[in-house]
Design a protein around this ligand. Sequence first.
Ligand code: KG4
Ligand code: ZN
Length: 342
Amino acid sequence: MTDNFPLILGIESSCDDTSAAVLHGNHLLSNIIASQAVHEKFGGVVPELASRAHQQNIIPVVNQAITEAGITKDQLSAICFTRGPGLLGSLLVGISFAKSLGIGLNIPIIGADHMQSHILAHFIQPREGNKPVPGFPFLCLTVSGGHTQIVLVRDYFDMTVLGKTIDDAAGEAFDKVAKIMGLGYPGGPVVDRLAKQGNPKAFQFARPRIDGLDYSFSGLKTSFLYFVRDQLKVNPLFMEENKYDLCASMQRAIVETLLIKLIKAAKETGIREVAVAGGVSANSALRTALLDTAKKYRWNMFIPEFAFTTDNAAMIAISGYFKYLRGEFAGQDATPYARQQF
Ligand code: KG4
Ligand code: ZN
């Protein structure tokens, strides 16, 4: 690389994906993700096993990201790691690795926020060319396994949460429904796939009634659980015979719930620049519903590429790029945090 754009290595290890990516300026050169199959049989992420798997994966994943980028590690300008929110044991693996590599290469390290990074993923440019990006201020519906929130994004690092879930996250609702139906973990992608063959209006589940821009998904989950339990008493094959319709109906309930508050937020703020981020933004019904809503309300809608919806290091590297430009570096005393900071 002969120009002056920095080469940033991003490292993500907040939950159950070990990922490393290399950015050249804001252009993505590589993005490697090692998912941890070890959690599948437990129906959820087991923190101790996650830390151990990160420890096994991190060096091969970083090596592969550097090789695929077509660079050598001594060309790197800085290393950006996820500080939080996330599992402390998992975060520590990425942070400690970044600190050691930073000392070894004598380059600065940068700490990124995982939730901000999901949103900033919209600013990742492909290796060649440029794609349109949201203009400030914009609204971002951030929907993942741990969070569901509507964020007002005024600038790269000036974000305010306008509404959030008071109990379960949307991804958790997908995962719990899948667990009740014995579909495995993570549940979102399976429910999405099965729902394609089902009737979304077959069953009606209780919609949450929460004031303002906040969300609640625990009632929906309970409504699903009780409904299925009652039906199974009458017909033990109910779940198997109706799995497509159950997935489609539950998915519709989650998607509609997400959209109602997003539309309300857009009306209240007068903002028509709207984005979506996080693992659940991979959901095909949500993506279609967002595009339809955008057309109806004349929003300028930004839906991320699939690779940038679930956890990935490209989003950490883009946070690192913007912090690098501001000279916001972390010290060797940087620590992880478990809970959201903004
Ligand atoms: O952002 P993410 O990878 O990790 C967190 O930061 O939590 O999100 C993971 C969540 C899981 O709950 C997973 O079931 C959900 O995203 N998810 C989906 C889909 N793909 C992943 N939910 C619905 N439909 C999908 N296609
Ligand atoms: Zn995430």
